[in-house]
Every structure is written in C-alpha cells, then in structure tokens.
Design a protein around this ligand. Structure first.
Ligand code: ZN
Length: 344
C-alpha cells in the first residue's frame, strides 16, 4: 500500500510499504477513507533528525473495518469508524475515569510509526480504541466527524479542564485548528465572552463564526494590554493556550485573571517555565490541560455534529489525495493551509 513516511525535517514522502496485517487477536484492519495532517506533525517536520527516520506518519483517520481479530467483539467488517489519536483498551482504571491517554494496557499509547496518512492501518485494542460512525463513508459530515479524532476533542478538553461554564470569560491563544475549535467548545459550554488571540484574518474570521466575541491580533505585551483593556483590567477566568511555546505561555500568564486557570493543549516545547510566587502563586492561578483523552469525548460531542448544530469540519480548508501529502506538510508549515483533509 501507499503510506506517508517522514525521513527527517522537511522531508516527507509517500511510498509503497508492506500492507498492514492482523498481528494480535484484538487488532482490526482499517481501510482509511479520510485522514489529515495535524499541527503536531509539524513539530517533527521542523526538527526531526534523519537518524530518527523514516517513520510512518498520521494519527487522525476515519475508515472502514476490513478485518478484525477473533477477540474483537464490537466491530464488524464494513463498519465505518473514527480513531482517536491514542490507542486505549477502554477498560483499565484510567480509561474508566475518562483518561484514556494514560491507559495502562501495554499496547496503549499515542500512535507512533503508525500509518494514519496511508491507505490502511492496523489498529491495536480495536474494541477500546475505535468508535463506530452512524453515517456512510461519503457523508458530508465526514470532515466534522474527523475532528473527533483529535482537534475538536482537544479543544473541548482545553475548555473542560479550564472549567468553562456560562459564567466564565475565556481567552484562546492561537488560531490554529485546535485554538479555533477551543473557541467552538467554549461557546458550546456556554462561555459568556471569548477573546481569540490570533494574527491570521481568515482564521480569526472562522473563530468569530465559531463564537469568538472579540479578536486580538497583537501579541506579547501589546496583546496582553489589549485583552486587559477588554476585561476591565483583570484578564479572563480561563485562558486556553493552544500553541505550546514559551511566548504563548507568558502571554497566558499576562491575560489570566486572579483565581483563573491556564489550560494548555499546545504541546509544550519547554520544560522550565515560571510557576513561582509572582507568576502563579500570588494570584491563585492554576494550570490545567494536557494531551486530550479524546476517546472519552466522542460520544458526547458526536450528536451535535450529527444534528448539524455545530460544524467543526470547517477547519479543513484544503482537500488532497494521498500523493499530495508532502505538499500538505509544506503548506501547513508555511501557514498557507489551516488544516488539510487527505482522501487516500
Ligand atoms: Zn485503558
């Protein structure tokens, strides 16, 4: 089959690789019908050393079950399924608490060297990992349902762990797909005001459509000042940090209200950050967020997509075939595309 391989920074190729096969009785084989490139794929695209490659890429997909091992009980050949960006058994102590990203099963974890941007993939722990979709593979809802694999679930996780409620005001830092869907999620949870910090007009326009009440395009001190002006000098109760860099964290510190929460869903590109007396402690500020257990949220978020009340799939501004995936990486890294849908 054809699959996407990353050989190193800036070097993504679509090549022939061996077809995946059932290796364990709990595996399923899925023929991929819709996939995408993630903002988090851009981190290795920027920095991966050639010694680390080549590695198969892709961790967000929808597809049709082609075959399943003898211990798979909830799925049958022909089922259309969505896969979260982490494999989980659905039965361990952490999964039962809704923290599927910490699943204790030895086969669980984030997809690594997995062929999500390919024609087919082997899915471990298929009963726990995959969720059946009640539509056909060519449904117009597929782009929105594909966001359940990662970006919408991640935006929801940011809003939820930040404590968004009808009484809260929210700042979202970052106008990538996750930031924009954190806006949609905050709106869905009833936030009374949502300030989106982002610099790309086409994206912040979509953010307004998703529910942002204000847009601040300035960054750093100037951006902090602008948010404070909009909030009577106090900042907001919740700040979603959907970038992952130190400047974004510092911006979050600057716009969070005393007693508030900074909820981080951008993968932190740092280990050391201010958390001491002057930064967090004095103002009773809490840190939340982490890799979203999106598997826990799929059943809750899907009905609003199926009934048409939300359309998170609007974050896909480009659709391509599998052979064009290297271009998708280039265009997303150059911010020419917001998020690229791949039809293998
Ligand atoms: Zn588990």
């Amino acid at each position: 089959m054809r699959a996407t391989l990353m050989y190193g920074a800036g070097d993504v190729r679509v090549e022939q690789v061996p077809d995946p096969v059932i290796e364990r009785p709990t595996d399923a084989l899925v023929r991929i019908t819709a996939s995408c490139v993630c903002g988090s794929d851009l981190w290795p695209y920027a920095s991966m050393k050639p010694e680390g490659g080549p590695t198969l890429m892709g961790h967000e997909f929808i597809g049709v079950v082609e075959d399943a091992g003898p211990e798979v009980t909830t799925l049958a050949r022909g089922d259309l399924v969505v896969a979260p960006f982490a494999v989980s058994d659905g039965t361990c102590v952490f999964c039962r608490e809704g923290l599927h990203t910490s699943c204790a099963d030895p086969q669980a974890g984030f997809w690594t060297n997995a062929s999500g941007q390919a024609e087919a993939i082997r899915v471990p722990l298929a009963d726990g990992t995959l969720v059946k979709l009640p539509v056909e593979a060519d449904s117009a809802l597929v782009p929105s349902l594909l966001t359940l694999a990662d970006v919408f679930g991640t935006g929801h996780h940011a809003a939820l762990t930040g404590g968004v409620s009808p009484r809260t005001r929210v700042t979202v830092i970052g106008d990538g797909a996750v930031g924009l869907l954190a806006v949609l999620a905050a709106r869905r949870l009833g936030a009374e005001r949502i300030i989106l910090m982002g610099r790309h007009k086409a994206r912040t326009d979509l953010g307004r459509e998703f529910g942002a009440t204000d847009v601040v395009s300035a960054r750093g001190e100037e951006g902090i000042e602008a948010v404070r002006e909009l909030t009577g000098g106090h900042g907001t109760h919740v700040v979603v940090e959907a970038v992952g860099t130190m400047p974004a964290y510092r911006q979050a510190l600057g716009v969070v209200r005393p007693g508030g929460v900074i909820s981080r869903v951008g993968i932190p590109q740092y280990e050391d950050a201010p958390i001491g007396f002057g930064s967090l402690f004095l103002r009773n500020i809490r840190l939340a967020g982490g890799p979203a257990p999106v598997r826990a949220y799929i059943e809750e978020l899907m009905p609003d997509i199926l009934n048409g009340s939300i359309e998170p799939g609007k974050v896909f501004d480009t659709t391509i075939g599998l052979d064009a995936v290297p271009v998708a990486y280039q265009d997303m890294a150059a911010r020419k595309s917001l998020k690229v849908l791949v039809k293998p």
